[in-house]
Design a protein around this ligand. Structure first.
Ligand SMILES: NC(=O)c1ccc[n+]([C@@H]2O[C@H](COP(=O)([O-])OP(=O)(O)OC[C@H]3O[C@@H](n4cnc5c(N)ncnc54)[C@H](OP(=O)(O)O)[C@@H]3O)[C@@H](O)[C@H]2O)c1
Length: 268
């Protein structure tokens, strides 16, 4: 059996699990990383039974600083050759920024950004040695959108991750290592329940919501083509094109007109 593995953070649910299925279908063995051990076991069982590949998991909380080194060491001890690294784990924080604790925000940055950079740093060294490897970062359309009043840090972190992925891609693609950032729009997963924004998601019109399977397929295809960035679905490609083409002052003007009072006004 091949020793080529894909490691997927947040691989026990939503987009991550669909990416795992897509890669297993292409013959890759899978290592899933997330916190809930029961979910991880169930997902591994499904992957092995359905696709006949080796699947394993590492239960780890990416909000912990030590998590990344533990994940890397475990794959080494188990002798896995990680050919594909999918940085996908994530969630949102619906509580206003001035209410959350500093610790909550630091954990958020660690899961969505610092752990992504650290995992990439550790695994890319092995990829450079082999002159072969693929990295994906699951980002978001929020990276291109105007600021959100309910999730102050989410968009900025996703923009940062897009720039990071792009820099990795241009630094290493000449030696066979690519990095692709995949930027989904609204996707039907557990994300909105886990982030306490399910009510907002229910109000989103159905033509703007897509399945995790569709997002995963477009993302994985783009990764195998070595693309630097992928915005899945025509709907969001058009939206992102319009967001990029429209002057920022005009977007802010529209925003302030269409959604006035999103921010508390200062008393004068
Ligand atoms: N759904 C959307 O509309 C949407 C849109 C744009 C971008 N995205 C991005 O897509 C990615 C995947 O989200 P999803 O929609 O598939 O959500 P999901 O179904 O809630 O899956 C999130 C995954 O991340 C894991 N996870 C969460 N916190 C973690 C932590 N501290 N340590 C380790 N694993 C953790 C979860 O497992 P455990 O809870 O067991 O740890 C789960 O496997 C995220 O980066 C998100 O920002 C989603």
């Amino acid at each position: 059996m091949s020793n080529s593995f894909a490691l997927i953070t947040g691989g026990s649910s939503g987009i991550g699990f669909e990416i795992a299925k897509d890669l297993a279908n292409r013959g890759y063995n899978i290592v899933l990383v997330s916190r809930n051990e029961q979910n991880l076991q169930d997902c591994c069982k499904r992957l092995s039974e359905e696709f006949g590949i080796t699947s394993d998991y590492i239960s780890s909380d990416l909000a912990n600083k030590e998590s990344v080194r533990h994940i890397y060491q475990t794959t080494k001890e188990r002798g896995y050759n990680i050919e594909i690294l999918i940085n996908n784990a994530g969630y949102g924080i619906a509580t206003p920024f001035h209410v959350t604790s500093l610790e909550d925000e630091e954990k958020f940055i660690r899961v969505l950004a610092t752990s992504v950079i650290s995992l990439t740093k550790l695994f890319v060294r092995d990829m450079v040695e082999k002159r072969n490897g693929k990295i994906m970062i699951v980002s978001s359309v929020a990276a291109f959108a105007p600021p959100s009043a309910i999730q102050v840090l989410y968009g900025p972190i996703k923009s940062f991750m897009n720039r990071f992925s792009d820099a990795m891609n241009s630094s290493y693609n000449h030696i066979g290592i690519t990095s692709t950032s995949v930027c989904p729009g609204f996707t039907v997963t557990n994300f909105h329940t886990a982030s306490n924004v399910q009510k907002m998601m229910d109000d989103v019109p159905s033509f703007m919501k897509f399945s995790a399977e569709r997002i995963a397929k477009e993302g994985v295809d783009a990764m195998f083509k070595g693309k630097s960035i992928c915005v899945p679905t025509k709907t969001y490609k058009i939206l992102v094109f319009l967001l990029k083409a429209t002057p920022y002052w005009f977007i802010r003007l529209l925003e302030n007109t269409l959604a006035p009072g999103r921010y508390e006004k200062k008393e004068t």
